[in-house]
Design a protein around this ligand. Structure first.
Ligand code: PEP
Ligand code: MG
Length: 539
């Protein structure tokens, strides 16, 4: 039997199934009489949870790196958040119920808030709350451990879903892959699998019902397939694929310190896209030439208030300092559309993707914009930082953005604060109007970066999130290709450089065309960098 899901982490695995049963936690409400001892039970369970998480975090730091281990820090933060623990205590006290019931009510409330958010990333954070909640509940019940201790070699874990702490506890010498019923490419388990370099397929719907413990199974992380009890020919075919894949991965490592040069002798940069300051390390470890897109909106998410100038300055400075002098392109806030902030309510719109978002919002809310620009400028004293404006549709918008930037420079000068007055200022080309007017815009910008994720959806009028019409969302549509070429040509005519930070930049089938068009910089997720370097060098 063959089942298709979402390819979450590359590679192949051939092994035996171990189903991870979710220990079902049944909450029984009981009335209490001794309030203090119930609160003490809660306190104890929180303490044990904290100790467990400290251990998991330490393990994750060694195996996954600091950036990925940070998720457990956020779990610990929830445990220490007086608003959260206070709400549980209050619930015990006001309803005189047991800690389990009080806790599960509050967990449900928190999960509801996250799950209702439109942004996929924020939605997935509901899973974090559930993960922490289940841990505390298990500790209230005196149950420890998660049952990953006695696995055999060549185990493929099959589960309804894997929590971040499950994933971090997987022993790579035993577990060679995992399959889940739910989840998407942005779920934590998928991100962790990519970091651990364990192949994984998620979103398989009912894989837990289609297999039993001990079944043979083939996991194809390239195509997003699970083949249950495969015949010998299939196994042999996948053995071959696996060997070829591992060999290639080893070969690719040789390219980490190699400068990328095309067959025609042109030096191009292959950079990484990041969402958090600490992601810079993974980019450098994978041989990235810097950062081509820092999506700063992630600094604004997962919190209750706007990040201050100082907080932002620290994050941008961190990337600047750690980047070994390599260029770091930081994009100003791209909020609105699919990305919303809990503390910045925006009116409902008929067409959010065509609405009040990104640079439009920033030009309207100069107060918010200036805080970020000041932080970015101050950080430019600590690294090769470049600023990029998103969603520019006209020259007026670019010039208006630059004017506010100049205003910030004047302020900082007046305050005697250091910044790089010559830092490069560019824009994303992700609206067809910008590509069409690229010849004019190129006179004023220092660089372009083509955002194909949006450029394709706007050019072809095909929503990038709508599966029903995904057949229309074609990176190689002649209209898209023409706009890409026009943009690159326009930049070069004015002696400027042109990069690309949309998904197309890391698409192996598109890279040859982009090389032919003369693209100067390719920016993508860190784990795609080495393969992209290889493809570019062969073209
Ligand atoms: C793009 O639109 O291609 C892009 C890189 O921006 P985002 O995916 O953040 O919209
Ligand atoms: Mg975009």
């Amino acid at each position: 039997m063959k089942k298709r899901g979402i390819a979450a982490s590359k590679g192949y695995a051939i092994g035996r199934v171990v189903i991870k049963e979710d220990a079902e936690i049944i909450i029984v409400e009981t009335k209490i009489t001794d309030l203090e001892s119930e609160k003490a039970r809660l306190k104890k369970a929180l303490e044990i949870s904290r100790e467990q998480l400290t251990k998991i975090k330490e393990k994750a730091e060694v195996e996954l790196g600091a950036a990925k281990a940070a998720v457990f820090e956020s779990h610990m933060m929830l445990l220490d958040d007086p608003e959260f623990t206070g709400a549980v205590e209050m619930n015990i006290e006001s309803n005189m119920v047991n800690a389990e019931k009080a806790l599960s009510d509050i967990i449900d409330m928190y999960m509801g808030i996250f799950a209702a958010m439109e942004d996929e990333y924020m939605k997935e954070r509901a899973a974090d709350v559930k993960d922490v909640g289940n841990r505390i509940l298990a500790n209230l019940a005196g149950k420890a451990g998660l049952g990953f201790e006695d696995l055999d070699k060549n185990t493929i874990v099959v589960a309804h879903d894997l929590t971040p702490s499950d994933t971090a506890q997987l022993d790579k010498s035993k577990v060679i892959g995992f399959l889940t019923n739910i989840g998407g490419r942005t779920s934590h388990s998928a991100i962790m699998a990519r970091t651990l370099e364990i192949p994984a397929v998620v979103g398989l719907n009912d894989i837990t019902k289609c297999v039993k413990d001990g079944d043979n199974i083939v996991l194809d992380g390239e195509e997003g397939l699970a083949i249950v009890n495969p015949d010998e020919a299939t196994i042999a075919q996948y053995e071959e694929k696996k060997v070829a894949y591992e060999k290639e991965k080893e070969e690719l490592k040789k390219l980490i310190n190699v400068k990328t040069v095309t067959k025609a002798g042109k030096r191009v940069e292959v950079a990484g896209n990041i969402g958090k300051a600490k992601d810079i390390h993974q980019v450098l470890e994978n041989g990235g030439d810097g950062v081509g897109l820092f999506r700063t909106e992630f600094l604004y998410m997962d919190r209750d208030d706007m990040p201050t100038e100082e907080e932002q300055f620290e994050a941008y400075k961190y990337v600047g300092e750690k980047s070994e002098g390599k260029p770091i392109v930081i994009r100003t806030l791209d909020i609105g559309g699919d990305k919303k902030l809990p503390y910045l309510p925006l009116p409902e719109e008929m067409n959010p993707f065509l609405g009040y978002r990104a640079i439009r919002l920033c030009l309207d809310r100069k107060d918010i914009f200036k805080i970020q620009l000041r932080a970015l400028l101050r950080a430019s004293a600590y690294g090769n930082i470049k600023i990029m404006f998103p969603m520019i549709s006209s020259l007026e918008e670019f010039l208006a953005s630059k004017e506010i930037l100049n205003e910030c420079m004047d302020e900082l000068r007046g305050e005697g604060k250091a910044f790089n007055a010559d830092l490069e200022v560019g824009m994303m080309v992700e609206i067809p109007a910008a590509a069409i007017c690229a010849d004019e815009l190129a006179k004023y910008v220092d660089f372009f970066s083509i955002g194909t994720n949006d450029l394709i959806q706007y050019t072809l009028a095909a929503d990038r999130m709508n599966e029903k019409i995904s057949y229309l969302y074609k990176p190689n549509h002649p209209a898209v290709l023409r706009l890409i070429k026009m943009t690159i040509d326009a930049a070069h005519k004015e002696g400027k450089w042109c990069g690309m930070c949309g998904e197309v930049a890391g698409d192996e089938s598109m890279i040859p065309t982009l090389v032919e068009y003369g693209l100067d910089e390719f920016s993508m997720s860190a784990t795609s960098i080495l393969k992209a370097k290889q493809v570019i060098m062969n073209n």
